[in-house]
Design a protein. Structure first.
Lengths: 337, 609
């Protein structure tokens, strides 16, 4: 029973096994043939021409439409966007007309969330603060996508010394905590004197790109040796064109997912910097600034701090949920076939 | 009662009637709940396995063969359920048995050998541990478990089992891993072993050794085997009983050899006609067939002519009755026609590989590199308008040769002459023009088309790269190409993920043809396809060769396919050419032991002749 066979590697066996003749059973085996009507023969491998053609994006969209997570987050994001573009539709009170008469007053008709210590309308400030927060989030994400995407794609596709240099460069920035780096940067005179949405965006991009670069690099490496890239090269396509036309479009899915999640975290970073007093200047209304200003009265008038914080949380949460929904829809493993 | 029952005594607990079925599946229906509603994967399936019997389920992918077997061991995926019928194991209805009962049965009574030896062993545990795990789960983990593990492994044909048990899966070759999995499957002496494509991922010679061994072990232990395979030849060779499944239904079942020699259901007939391992001669294009039929008619033998026209691939045994003189002019006529089209000399060598060597530097410890000769002094010459096959097992260097012939990889030494011009020194414009004349088709139909490009863009891409025509003429060309590969024109708005493997491969062929190349290099182009689809693609390639005068360099591990498509064969083994000759020579009179071994390992080769 424990007779040993020669190992697989030994192919020089002198005895060549003859071709096998098959097994015959001594039992009587019934020969069953199904009636043809039961399973009519289909043409071999014919194309189903009835179904509508679907690109991967269309398929992802069809998938997304049914996800409650996506529907809720998309609805919230639409609301936030509309508020950011047209705050005057939602608040009739000027957020900058503050009178100390109203200092720390409670809610009353026309002022549903009460007043700050300076006598400004909390609700109105919350509505008008949306724009700055969202701008920082969106533009930082765009900047990070451009820089991180290009760095990651080049590093992943070409490999070798380009990869080594870009990867180390990314690691250097990665090693600096975003907030810590931003605090130091914002203290530099050039930044301190010109504080605006754009300086905050610039600082966040400088410290935020390595993450996207890493994701892009991984996705590109996964695709660069795919057969369709080799086929394109064999057709005469240059390496760079192959990268742009074939590799990058196929690497987009994970990048989109990470980008939408980090959009939320950039909004948080802006709020944090503003809270620390080194983000947006006081002249620009933002949730971070409002939270910072409300902090001293957190014990006797917490509502003033609560409302901008709630707005911030809901916005960030909706982007993170969107990212999750996208991850499910764009997951290559979930694709049919 | 029968000799299959010999040696069965190891695990028998209660006396049982030998002819009472061990596993009986009656009117089984399995439904999967998918996004697009419930899908009936299996309907009215029935099969019976008697103790000690080997039964094979044959079918193409998606026919429900694995699903049926998995249902018997309660391993259906979470969205699948048995929606009708009964599964009876040893007289006990286990259709809706509790999870606890199924777990009791697994391993002990029903063993399983999974398909992919590469992913079915946990890479972080030693082989011995994984065998012991099975013994433990089934309460067979006694004081002498270590010896038992070694014993089980050596039974499965692993030499030096005690030492091997201390190794990790990555230290094993594919064949050895499959042996380890067989050891695990049989460790607890189950009465039924379900082997799901146990050797599909392995080379033919290894496949044969493993199956031979499995056969011997199960016969000695009296284990019944349910073998799941897509290969009709292999099934007929290994099983007493065949069950042919098609679209979730059993279309034919019965004694293996009888089904093979006298298939009744039209689907089975199709399958038998298409199985490459059972074919015994080269495919012929429609034109050649017509000419041949006419020639035979002249000789007043209409019966043969009709037969040749209908079942070209199975016609092996009638081939001898067709006068050699009749076949000869057809063969000779082909290169002459190519010559017309290409304006070149018939039979002239278009691709010549001379003393080609490729050395890869393998990185070792501490920055040391070792040289690995993947291709060693290989010379091949391919005449225009013919098919040259390079055959070899994994690691033989055949694909490396293809990469170098495509100028995607630089050779270490030697030269590749395409139409008299050295390929490796080509640069810029000359290389760009070379790309136009030599095109590849790859193995994996799922990887070779860009999933983001629709079919129109995919086929148009080569024309665009080479700046041929305008948008309108390109669209016309795409339509023509789709027609050439027998795909409806409406396909061009579709995306690769909507097409099956065979359809994608046809699109890949259309893309390769777009630039009117002289040579197409097929790297395992049909290996990933189901038998019927494979036959269809091979036929297509053959017709295109006839019509367009193409030259193929056909890289494959499957000698059976070589028989159907190639005019000449080069057999490679560990980077060297072992034998090179015309296909007929190699098949009828192999000079080398290795070639002979490869030929004999083709499953089912000897069953039909």
């Amino acid at each position: 029973m424990s007779e040993k066979l020669t190992p697989d590697t030994d192919l020089t066996k002198p005895v060549i096994p003859a071709a096998r003749q098959g097994k015959k059973s001594s039992r009587v085996i019934e020969h069953f043939v199904a009636p043809l009507e039961d399973t009519p023969l289909a043409a071999i491998d014919n194309v189903d021409e009835t179904a509508a053609p679907l690109s991967l994006w269309a398929e992802a969209w069809r998938n997304l439409r049914k996800q409650p997570l996506f529907l809720i987050s998309a609805l919230l994001i639409v609301v936030v966007l509309v508020v950011a573009f047209f705050p005057q539709w939602f608040a009739s009170v000027d957020p900058t007309s503050c009178t100390l008469d109203n200092s720390a007053e409670g809610a009353r008709a026309g002022h549903p969330m009460g007043f700050t210590l300076q006598g400004c309308d909390v609700y109105s400030r919350m509505i008008y603060g949306t724009r700055a927060s969202l701008m920082v989030g969106v533009f930082t994400t765009i900047g990070v996508l451009i820089i991180g995407g290009i760095m990651g794609a080049l590093a992943g596709f070409y490999g070798g010394w380009i990869d080594a240099i870009l990867a180390r460069l990314g690691d250097i920035f990665f090693a600096l905590p975003l907030i810590l780096g931003a605090i130091v940067m914002m203290q530099l005179p050039a930044f301190r004197d010109n504080r605006s949405v754009w300086t905050v965006v610039l600082v966040l991009v400088i410290f935020g790109w390595p993450q996207i670069a890493r994701i892009t690099r991984g996705a590109v490496i996964e695709n660069r040796n795919a057969d369709f890239v080799t086929a394109a090269k064999a057709l005469g396509l240059s390496r760079f064109s192959a990268l742009v036309r074939h590799v990058v479009p196929n690497s987009l899915a994970p990048i989109i997912v990470v980008a939408s999640i980090s959009l939320g975290t950039f909004i948080v970073a802006e709020a944090t910097l503003s809270f620390l007093g080194i983000g947006l200047p006081d002249t620009i209304m933002s949730w971070g600034n409002d939270i910072a200003n409300a902090q001293p009265q957190v014990r006797n008038n917490p509502a003033v701090l609560l409302w901008p914080a709630v707005a911030l949380s809901i916005t960030v949460l909706s982007f993170i949920m969107l990212g999750d929904a996208l991850r499910d829809a764009l997951d290559p493993k979930a694709r049919k076939r | 009662m029968s000799n299959h029952e010999k040696g069965k005594s190891v695990s028998s607990s209660a006396p049982r009637n030998d002819d009472a079925p061990l596993l009986e599946i009656r009117d089984l229906a399995i439904t999967f709940d998918t996004q697009n509603g419930p899908v009936n994967a299996v309907r009215n399936a029935h099969l019976t396995i008697l103790p000690g019997e080997t039964v094979a389920i044959v079918g193409e992918s998606g026919s429900g063969k694995s699903t049926t077997a998995l249902a018997a061991i309660g391993l259906l995926p979470s969205n699948g359920r048995v929606s009708g019928g009964r599964i009876i194991f040893d007289g006990e209805d286990i259709t809706n048995a509790s999870a606890k009962r199924i777990i009791e049965l697994r391993g002990n009574s029903i063993g399983m050998v999974p398909q992919d030896p590469m992913s079915n062993l946990n890479p972080v545990w030693k082989i011995g541990f994984q065998v012991k795990e099975t013994l433990k789960a089934n309460g067979l983990d006694g004081a002498n478990s270590k010896e038992r593990v070694a014993e089980v492994l050596s039974e499965a044909g692993l030499p030096d089992a005690a030492a091997r048990a201390k190794q990790y899966p990555h230290e094993f070759s594919g064949g050895m891993r499959q042996r380890a999995l067989i050891a695990i499957g049989l460790a607890c002496r189950p009465r039924l072993l379900i082997a799901d494509e146990p050797t599909s991922a392995l080379d033919v010679t290894v496949q044969r050794q493993i199956l031979d061994h499995l056969d011997r072990m199960t016969t000695e232990l009296g284990t019944a085997v349910l073998l799941i395979t897509h290969d009709l030849g292999l099934a007929a060779e290994r099983a007493e009983k065949l069950v042919v499944m098609y679209k979730g239904q059993v279309v034919e079942s019965g004694p293996a050899l009888e089904i093979l020699r006298n298939p009744q259901h039209p689907y089975t007939q199709r399958l038998v006609n298409s199985a490459p391992s059972l074919a015994s001669r080269r495919l012929q294009s429609q034109k050649a067939k017509d000419a041949l039929a006419a020639a035979v008619e002249d000789l007043d033998d209409p019966a043969d002519a009709a037969y040749t026209g209908e079942a070209p691939m199975r016609a092996g045994h009638t081939a001898s009755s067709i006068p050699a003189a009749a076949a000869q002019p057809v063969k000779a006529a082909r290169p002459a026609k190519d010559g017309e089209r290409k304006g070149a000399q018939a039979g002239e060598t278009i691709l010549e590989i001379k003393n080609l060597t490729k050395v890869f530097k393998l990185r070792g410890a501490l920055g040391k590199t070792t040289d690995f000769k993947a291709v060693d002094d290989v010379s091949i010459s391919v005449p225009r308008g013919t098919t040259m096959a390079i055959v070899g097992e994994s690691g033989s260097g055949k694909s490396t040769v293809a990469q170098m012939a495509l100028s995607l990889l630089a050779p270490t030494e030697g030269s590749i002459l395409f139409d008299g011009v050295e390929v490796n020194t080509l640069k810029g414009k000359a290389l760009f023009d070379f790309r136009r004349r030599v095109q590849p088709i790859f193995q994996d139909p799922y990887g070779s088309l860009d999933p983001m490009f629709n079919i129109y863009r995919t086929i148009e891409e080569p024309l665009k790269i080479h700046k041929i025509g305008n948008a309108k003429s390109r669209e016309k060309k795409v339509r023509e190409l789709l027609d050439q590969v027998s795909m409806p024109a409406s396909t061009m708005h579709r995306f690769p993920n909507e097409l099956s493997g065979g359809q994608r491969q046809r699109i890949a062929i259309a893309r390769a043809l777009a630039l009117n190349p002289d040579v197409i290099i097929c790297d395992e182009a049909v290996s990933a396809l189901d038998v019927l689809v494979q036959a269809q693609v091979l036929n297509l390639l053959n017709e295109l060769q006839e019509d367009l005068g193409l030259t193929y360099l056909f890289i494959t591990h499957d000698l059976a396919v070589v028989r159907q498509i190639a005019d000449h064969v080069t057999v490679m083994q560990s980077g060297r050419v072992v034998e090179a000759s015309s296909t007929d020579d190699v098949f009828s009179n192999p000079k080398q032991v290795y070639t002979q071994e490869l030929l004999n390992a083709i499953p089912g080769a000897a069953l039909l002749v």
